[in-house]
Design a protein around this ligand. Structure first.
Ligand code: LMR
Ligand code: MN
Length: 436
């Protein structure tokens, strides 16, 4: 075995400098630099700075080539560097490397792996609340609200005034406990701080919704107005976060305006067969699922999905063959709508659905009335217009606009919900859009 000598170190530094020169010259060449770092690492596996330099070359190359495979190698190199923790004296370099590594892991969807890096940073920079807040944010990204509440709660034990931790904590309290009164002061304090990380459309929606659910309508409106000013969503009534520009936007649509009249009329002509199929399914307990987005205030509201995100829900379609046969091959704007669903929606009497907005302006939502009792006691509000359901009749609304539902009657209400691509979207847009 060879002993480490100062000569060795000098030689290493010289070789590292030479390799680095490829990265910092006028036309950086990360591919050449990478070759140099690869060679360097064979000889000097025990040098943390070689791994760091390789990580940086790889992340640049990943960017240039738009390659996730190379990005994974960059992540790997960062991890090797970070594993030297005890031996690394440069705090700034260590922090920056950890943060880059976490950024890449989040991008790749490897939040679970990111947790280990967060823990390294929290250990080393225990006096920085942001390290704990970043861990909380990673948990928020995977929607693990239990862990959001726990980590934000722990941050607040040390730094009770930390605005970001309060915001995260308030969000978890709202979602998990549905205790809007308790969540409000946390959310408000967090948002009013204006701190980096707090100004996100998502948080504006959460604060506004909390205010609305507490009946503080004008305060909610002020929050939404600020969200519009910051261009998180198109208007105080249209509060979707995943939007395409230049699409026509109005609360209700005529069938003729959509360009899908033929397909809608086919469904409408067959409404009683659709109804019978839905009722038969509804009679078997467990077929319909509870709504899961916490939109229901009171009552009982369940759904049965036939298509979701542009995919046929095979198991469910098998048990609703007529309805699915009326869609498959006949209504591509619905069956291929990767930003929507087709589903039966059953609402029992004495149900109230909180005001809410859909996630995207890229779809329109049709309701075909199947069982529609007590028209005076059931209604759907979209923005400032009220409608009710009629058996065999259909209406179309843009569910990115705020809507709210009341069923103050005594009997079941059942509708078929059909989401379709917004007619202004081109074929290319429909193909390239991510699913929601
Ligand atoms: C909604 O889309 O939020 C509601 O209109 C659904 C329903 O069943 O009324
Ligand atoms: Mn809705």
């Amino acid at each position: 075995a060879k002993l480490n000598t100062d000569d060795d170190d000098d030689l290493f530094e010289a070789e590292l400098r030479k390799a680095n020169a490829e990265m910092i010259r006028e036309n950086p060449n990360p591919a050449n630099a990478l070759r140099a770092f690869n060679n360097l690492i064979i000889k000097y596996t025990h040098k943390s700075s070689a791994h760091l330099a390789r990580a940086r070359a790889l992340e640049q190359l990943a960017e240039i080539r738009q390659s996730n495979e190379i990005l994974e190698q960059a992540i790997d190199s960062y991890k090797r560097y970070l594993a030297f923790a005890e031996l690394i004296s440069d705090d700034g370099e260590f922090r920056a490397a950890g943060e880059r590594c976490i950024e890449h892991l989040r991008f790749m969807g490897y939040q679970q792996q990111a947790v280990a890096i967060h823990e390294l940073l929290i250990d080393r920079f225990w006096e920085e609340p942001q390290q704990r807040n970043q861990l909380t944010l990673t948990y928020l990204m995977i929607n693990n609200l239990e862990l959001v509440r726990r980590t934000a709660g722990n941050t607040l034990k040390i730094w009770p005034q930390d605005a970001l931790a309060q915001l995260y904590y308030g969000l978890a309290v709202k979602q998990l406990d549905r205790d809007y009164a308790r969540a409000l002061p946390y959310l408000k304090y967090g948002m009013e701080s204006g701190l980096r990380g707090t100004q996100e459309g998502f948080f504006y929606l959460a604060l506004g919704e909390t205010l609305q659910r507490l009946g503080k309508q004008s305060e909610a409106l002020a929050v939404y107005e600020r969200g519009v000013e910051k261009q998180f969503f198109p208007s105080v009534y249209q509060r979707a976060l995943y939007n395409e520009p230049h699409l026509r936007a109005q609360p209700f649509w005529d069938v003729a305006e959509t360009g899908y009249a033929e397909s809608f009329e086919k469904l409408q002509r067959n409404w009683s067969a659709i109804r019978d199929e839905a009722l038969a399914l509804l009679n078997h307990h467990g077929n319909f699922q509870e709504e899961t987005e916490q939109l229901r205030d009171t009552g009982d509201w369940t759904q049965y999905e036939l298509y979701a995100q542009g995919q046929r829900v095979g198991r469910n379609c098998q048990r609703a063959p007529i309805t699915c046969a009326l869609l498959a091959g006949f209504f591509p704007a619905a069956t291929s709508c990767r930003r929507g669903q087709v589903k039966f929606s059953a609402m029992r009497a004495q149900t109230h659905v909180w005001p809410h907005c859909g996630p995207t302006n890229c779809r329109l939502r049709a309701h075909l009335g199947l069982v529609t009792p007590e028209p005076q006691l059931t209604s759907l509000r979209v923005a400032e217009q009220l409608r009710t359901w009629q058996a065999g009749e259909l209406f179309i609304f843009d569910d990115s606009f705020e809507h709210e539902v009341w069923h103050n009657g005594t009997e079941l209400r059942l509708v078929l919900i059909v989401d379709v691509w917004h007619p202004d979207l081109t074929a290319d847009q429909r193909l390239s859009m991510s699913e929601i």
